[in-house]
Structure formats: C-alpha cells, structure tokens
Design a protein around this ligand. Sequence first.
Ligand SMILES: [Ca+2]
Ligand SMILES: [Ca+2]
Ligand SMILES: [Ca+2]
Ligand SMILES: [Ca+2]
Length: 393
Amino acid sequence: MLIRRWWLVAGALAVVLALPASAGAEFAQPGWIEGVVSVAPGGTHVEGIEVCANAEIEEEENFTQCQQSKADGSYEVTGLPEGKYRVSFSSGESGLKLVTQYWRNVTTPGPATLIPIGEGQQVTNINAELQPAAGSIGRPQPKILSASWGTENAVGCPNGTQGLDNIPTTFNWFIRRASIQPTDFRIVRSDGTVAKPTCALQFPPNEADEAQTVNLIGDFGDAASGPTPVAIRVVGALQGKAPGAPKWHKIKRLPKAGVDPLSGGPYIVDAWTLMPSIYRGDQNRCAVGKAFVRVMWSNGLTAYPSGEEVGAAVTASYRALYRLPNGKTLAKAPLEVADLHDHESSFNADNMHDLCLARLPRGARLTGVTIAANLIQDPNGDPNPAQKFRVRG
Ligand SMILES: [Ca+2]
Ligand SMILES: [Ca+2]
Ligand SMILES: [Ca+2]
Ligand SMILES: [Ca+2]
C-alpha cells in the first residue's frame, strides 16, 4: 500500500516517490479533524490540551498524529491519510491533571467511536469537555482571589528594611516560588501613584501546600492621612498551577485586583479538599479525621480578641458544607482545626486553617464553609464578619 506508506515516512521521500508521471492520483490529499476542547466545571477553554488521532493501518505500525489546543480551545490535527481514527484528549502541556478521554466522552479506548476520514476530508466539531482527575481540582485558569492591606509600618523585609506595610495577595493557584520577584507586582495608591514592593514573600504561609499566597511588603500608604493602596497589578511573569496539577504553567495577564482597607476584617477566600499527594508531608496536619479541608483567608489569623492562636471557640463554630448524592446538604463540624502554631510568634500566624473531618458519606461534594462572626482577627486586630463561603463549580 504505497499511498499509506507515504504518510509514514519523511516528506523528502514523498517527493521522490511522486516522480513517476502517472503518480498524481496515487498521492491522496490528507484529511484533518478540528474542534474545540474545554475543561469542566464551567467549560473553560484551555491551551495545551493534547488531541491525538490514532489509526490502525493495515500492515503498518499504528499511525498517530497529535496537536495541542490553542488559547481559545481550538485545535486542528492535520495530515491524516484516509482511514478510521480514534481521537483522544489528554492533559498535554495544559498544566492541569485531567482524565484522558476519547471522542464522545468515554474513558477507555475500546468503546471509543471511530471517526472515518476520507481523502482530503475535513471533519469538524470533534469537541470534548475534559474532567479534572481524582485528587486534583479543576481551576483551569489562574485568578487573584484577594488582596488585603494587612499591617501598617509593622513588618520588614529580608534586606533589613523595617517599618513597612504588607498586602497578602491570594490566588486560586499555587504560585511557583522561584518565579516570584518584587518587580512582578505594582500597587496603585489612591492618589494615582504606583508603588513597587520592597519584597514579595511566601511567608508567613510558607509550606509547600500553602503556595497560594504572596505577601507583598513595602511602603504602600498611610491609613490615617492617605494615600492608601487601592489596587494591585501583576506585571511580571509568574508561574503557577492548580493544586494537584502536575506541571507549572506560565501565568498570563491577570485582571487588576482591588485592595481591601486596613480596617477591614478577614474573610474566607478559598476552600478545597486536601488530597493525600499534597497533604502527606505537612508538618502540622490534622492528627485526626478522614477528610481534610483547607480553608484559606484573606489575611493572617489569630483568635479575637486575644491575638493568640485560635482554639476551641473557632473549632466549635466552623462547618464544612457538603452536597450529598440525594440532594441533601450536610453541615459537618470539624473534630479539630489544624495548621496552627505556624510560627513562633502568633503575629506571624498564617492565613490558613485545616478542618479535620470524620469520614464523609460516599459521593459528598464540598460546597461551602461557614463560621460565626467575631472569633478570628487579622494582624491589625480587626474581627471577622460571619462567613458563608461558597465553593464554586
Ligand atoms: Ca484589617
Ligand atoms: Ca500545614
Ligand atoms: Ca501553615
Ligand atoms: Ca495556619
């Protein structure tokens, strides 16, 4: 089968084979497939998903052509000789941990629908929505969740400068430490001036599973007489990944985020189930329980009004909300709260708590976290408002 072999060898050889005068009809035009890929929940279009078209061609090795999706989720796999193709969709270079699937939403190759492609034929709308793999969370796109003015003239940088302000900035992704530089950020003040941080640290949240926060430290304003910081922008190249995803990924431009005032209280910005792969090495992890929920806040956390590490009142008030397969909601009280005593001084307490939960019913899905008001304070001494945080998706 000369025609089929043509596609399996280098283009240069094809020219040689094409020389006989009568050969024109033998060299069929290749076909191709195209479509759009997205990631659930929400059907976000993602760059770097790998789409492969695989044909078992008689008397030949398997023939496979692959291509990655573009930023708008579209892809084209070209150069396909006539045949029937099994099309697969997988994580590729997307930086996400996704379940590999075949066209028409099956996860094993056996029952996959074969797509016939004729000579020179264009087959369109070979679309797919991929699901996050177990032990990862979706989050196909990075986002800033919060930027809150934490303290005024009260913190320092490793270069020795003291008396600085800080703005902990939280993301829905882990940010790769080696990619963070102070020059990656700008702080816009109320008078229109722009400040650069003196340093940008993953501290106090400094554990490997706490990489969602970057603490911007510098001279950002004056709460009493102004100006005050009002917005932050990311202007440099950060790298990040969704918690549980295998690869770091370049973070493209993010929308400008507003800065909460110094006097504001702390609030919950994120909650997700800690998977074993991430939680295993955590030094101050839950010592009890079967399911573990990371609760991330906008600012450092201690007990209100003592400023000591949080205790029984906080444990008693937290609830993790779950949706059960029968549609009912379960409000689960934690057995304990972990990720406490992060640092020697409670002033450096970080912005995370871990809820240690007893075994959950099968199929329970985390939908939110609640806690009553006036139990937790931020480093400026401001108490928390009551929280009814909803998990999206
Ligand atoms: Ca505050
Ligand atoms: Ca921890
Ligand atoms: Ca911690
Ligand atoms: Ca903590």
